[in-house]
Write a protein that binds this ligand. Structure first.
Ligand SMILES: [Zn+2]
Length: 413
């Protein structure tokens, strides 16, 4: 081969693509609001497909709305070597969460293509659908369905707050991309590497550019419905009230005590808390709240999560309480070969690097059920993420794209 084995990526192009993508759903506060398969998210898919078309890369969609941009390999019988992430964001989210991994993967495909490197395996950029889970529950829906962790028919029936189904959104995506081929769910993948901003401060604190991710903490999510009775706030004495807010606040307070640890490693969050009917002069008859519990040790996560229903019931007072666990993922570890692959590529280019653990959930968790998977973290300014102020540096993004390029070549030639 006359080309150098690891061609250099085009960092200027990569940054320009970031700026172009940040315009789609861009907010006055400098962030991005691009909910899963909203008009803006579909536009982001279209832009990517347009860039792909310039090189003759093909675009496929599967039945849950994942998108696969493919540069053909010389042996069509081999599964693709893949990289990618997601284009959707949280409401008023940032410009880097997700899209960084998609653009790093796409830059790798372009770089390898322009260097004229022939690979036996096809190379793919994957855009997993609905990673954030803020419009449609659950998060990581696309990758979970693809890997067999969720049922496609169940997921397509999921509705957003306006009653729009995921199925109709996937239909809209397919309609917007009539030239796209179709991809079978669960079709084999040779390996998957995902770039992502760290969403923490470890790399920044240590002055490192690259994190070779070793694994991901597990999580459990519960929905809690507290049912009391609506009543007049002026005429109803305390003894006759069935105040759902009072009960729910006792529950969340007791859970905070249960889930408090000296080491500060247990992650307990109530991120949604709805008080109904919401009248200022009405004792609320209903509260719905959601618990997100995360931890790195499977046994302790099991034990702590199992106590949540009993704690809620013990603090229900005169109210009824219903508790439903709607998602549960055990902690996981990436294979050593992928971790070492990230480290070797980082060392080759002189990028300061370290091993790092992921405290957030990512699509690579599900990809790991299908093939060797790994992740590359880059620094995220002050650890701020799921926020319009989210920031990552062009040089760090370029470093990650270079590592993806090296790893795709290593695995696909
Ligand atoms: Zn993300």
């Amino acid at each position: 081969m006359s080309n150098p084995p690891y061609p250099e990526i085009n960092s200027k192009r990569l940054w320009r693509r970031h700026l172009d993508m940040a315009k789609i759903g861009g907010t006055p506060g400098g962030g991005v609001h691009r909910l899963a398969l909203s008009d803006e998210d579909i536009e982001a898919h279209l832009l990517l497909a347009e860039w792909a078309g310039v090189h003759g890369f093909s675009t496929d969609l599967d039945s849950i709305g994942n998108m696969f941009i493919r540069r053909a390999g010389s042996d069509p019988s081999l599964p693709p070597v893949a990289s990618g992430s997601h284009t959707d964001t949280q409401p008023l989210g940032g410009r880097f969460d997700g899209i960084t991994g998609v653009l790093a993967a796409f830059e790798a495909l372009e770089t390898i293509h322009e260097a004229g490197i022939e690979t036996r395996h096809a190379l793919e950029t994957i855009v997993w659908n609905n990673e954030e889970g803020s419009r449609f529950i659950p998060a990581c829906m696309g990758s979970a369905v693809y890997a067999g962790g969720e049922e496609v028919s169940d997921m397509l029936a999921r509705e957003d707050r306006n009653g729009v189904t995921m199925g109709s959104c996937v239909g809209a995506l397919k309609k917007a991309l009539p030239q796209a081929g179709s991809r079978e769910l669960g079709a084999p993948i040779a390996s998957f590497i995902e770039t992502h901003i760290e969403q923490g401060i470890e790399l920044e604190t240590n002055g490192n550019t690259i994190g070779a991710v070793t694994g991901m903490q597990g999580y459990r999510r519960f929905e809690v419905h507290v049912i009391g009775e609506d009543a007049h706030s002026g005429t109803t004495p305390r003894a006759r009230r069935k105040d759902a807010f009072a009960a729910a606040s006792d529950m969340t307070r007791a859970l905070r005590e249960l889930l408090w640890d000296e080491e500060d490693e247990i992650r307990y969050t109530v991120g949604r808390f709805e008080v109904l009917p919401g009248g200022i002069s009405v004792v609320p008859g209903r509260v719905n709240f959601y618990i997100d519990l995360r931890y790195h040790d499977a046994g302790k996560l099991d034990a702590l999560g199992d106590r949540i229903p009993e704690i809620c019931r013990a603090h229900a007072g005169p109210c009824e309480v219903e508790i439903n666990e709607f998602i549960r993922q055990a902690p996981m570890a990436f294979p050593e070969s992928m971790i070492a692959g990230v480290e070797q590529a980082a060392a080759r280019h002189g990028f300061p690097h370290q091993r790092i653990y992921s405290y957030a959930g990512h699509d690579a968790r599900h990809a790991a059920r299908l093939c060797p998977a790994g992740m590359i973290f880059i620094p995220c300014w002050r650890g701020i993420s799921h926020n319009e102020s989210e920031r990552a540096e062009p040089d760090d993004i370029a470093a990650a794209a270079q590592i993806v390029t090296d790893m795709l070549i290593d695995q696909a030639v």
